[in-house]
Ligand binder design. Structure first.
Ligand code: RB5
Length: 141
């Protein structure tokens, strides 16, 4: 599975260790930056990951900013993206099973590294259930 990841200058403290961990687990990672703690703007990085998913360059995306909110909103502006910000595993799991989310956003000021790993694990392994949930997704348009 190919994962696109990105962050702003605040999310980088979570993105880098998560990238190492996912790489160790055998995932192919496409890292769209940022690559330093120098102040930048999260919409740049949410959009990059959103576009990568929408263009089929990656299967899923994981994005990081201070709260996860701003970068999830920017990813959601890309056509075909359903990004969710989560701070616990239950919503992450259900967001994939029911809402077929394709981008997960995490806040580095909200969750620690080990909780982030639990959230990501549940989200990646969850499978979309289709059926009535697909009907509802079709109604977003
Ligand atoms: C940056 O200060 C901060 O606003 C950003 O990381 C994020 O939390 C926005 O939603």
């Amino acid at each position: 599975m190919k994962l696109a990841i990105s962050c702003d200058h605040v999310g980088i403290i979570l993105k880098n260790p998560i990238k190492d961990w996912l790489t160790e687990l055998g995932y192919e990672i496409i890292d769209f930056g940022a690559n330093s703690e120098e102040r930048t703007d999260y919409p740049i990085y949410g959009k990059l990951v959103g576009e990568a998913i929408s263009e089929g360059k990656a299967d899923l995306g994981i994005v990081f900013c201070g709260t996860g909110v701003g970068i999830s909103l920017s990813a959601n502006k890309v056509s075909g993206i359903r990004a969710v910000v989560c701070s616990e595993p239950y919503s992450a799991k259900l967001s994939k099973e029911h809402n077929n989310t394709n981008v997960l956003a995490l806040g580095s000021r909200v969750v620690g590294l080990e909780l982030a790993k639990m959230i990501i694990t549940e989200w990646i392994k969850a499978e979309f259930e289709g059926g009535r949930h697909q009907d509802r997704i079709n109604m977003y348009k």
